[in-house]
Design a protein around this ligand. Sequence first.
Ligand code: ADP
Ligand code: MG
Length: 415
Amino acid sequence: MRFGIRTLDEAQLAGKTVLCRVDINQPVDRASGTLKSINRIQACVPTLRELSDKGAKVVVLAHQGSDIEYKNFYTTRPHAQVLSQLLERPVQWIDDVCGPAAREKIAALKDGEILLLDNVRFVAEEQTLFEMKLRLTHEQQAKTLLVEKLAPLADLYVCDAFAAAHRDQPSLCGFEQVLPSYMGRLFEKEFCTVSQVMESPDRPCVFVLGGAKISDAFLMMQTVLERGVADQILTGGLVANIFLAALGKSIGQGSVDFIMKSNYGEYIGKAAALYDQFGGKITLPEDLAWVCGGERQEASLEQIPGDIAAVDIGSRTVETYRQAILNAKTVFVNGPMGVFEQSPSEYGTQAVWQALADTQGFTVLGGGDSITATEKYGLTEQMGYICTGGGALIRFLSGEELPVVKALRHGAAIG
Ligand code: ADP
Ligand code: MG
């Protein structure tokens, strides 16, 4: 047991049918039917290999969104092929989730065999719960079709989907009500790593927060500042622009328009309040960059032209941030410093990411775009820990008990 959840060390697996929920939701190229990235598939391989090696009949449940999350589902068929290559053993797949065909295939599994079911979000209950805010309790989730049809075929449930741990859905929270439940190796590793950052980080503990998911960023900042987890927050991206606007600094009309257009106007007031309370710990850019005629331009805050849109932090800010990161013992990172997808506005992100790679401190990084930037600059091996979860990680750091953690604690008492 760790954190009130059973680990695989305690599981009797030989000959048992295991339902294993993973998060292998990856960007998909719909035209060619291929996956643009496989990092999450790689991350759950150790758990699946262990289950199979120990003689379990492994039934893998997963979801796959698409370019527009929750509007556009895609089959898990390509994932089976990638999994099979990574595991160096066959991975069966079926175009069914919990119907008779899937159940027949599950019942026919032999020890050590692995079957990936199709996208669990093809079952309406799985996504309408979230989308329509039906808000079924965990007991009610245990009565959904998915759980009622699959649980009787299984001996135990393993959740390795830390990246989806903030989702309150039957495939994630329903099985724990009726089956003995365990966390997989990836879940265990991610949960322990982020718990350590939250509970007793080596200090100084510096947060690097950029990007564009403003509501998440503000929720997390509030918590880590109130609890004294963060000694310093280095801001970039849209997060920084909102603070600067809140302090009445000129960031260019283009930046202000972007904030308003994104419906983040209310955060200007929130930023002002947060800065009033914790200003000493929140570091804002000294200079910003924008793009003019395809060229990068920079100026200190006092000299920003009135009409520009700031799309990156400036090079003086980069230097300040670099020193803070090099001096830190723990660095938590979420969100790029600028629009790193385009070359005139990628300098801030690239240089700060290089500092993350260079520091002796332990770096924990999460978020889809933050991971993309890490891969783009070839720094994956030099980060301390790359968390597969974005939303889950942020909600965890916001102090919430994640629904899946709650369910797994419940499931630890069964069987
Ligand atoms: P993550 O996926 O790592 O959690 P986010 O999704 O919050 O990060 O933010 C990433 C996005 O933020 C990128 O697409 C990037 O282009 C955008 N971004 C960064 N800085 C700015 C900025 N100053 N103005 C507008 N968009 C920005
Ligand atoms: Mg993102």
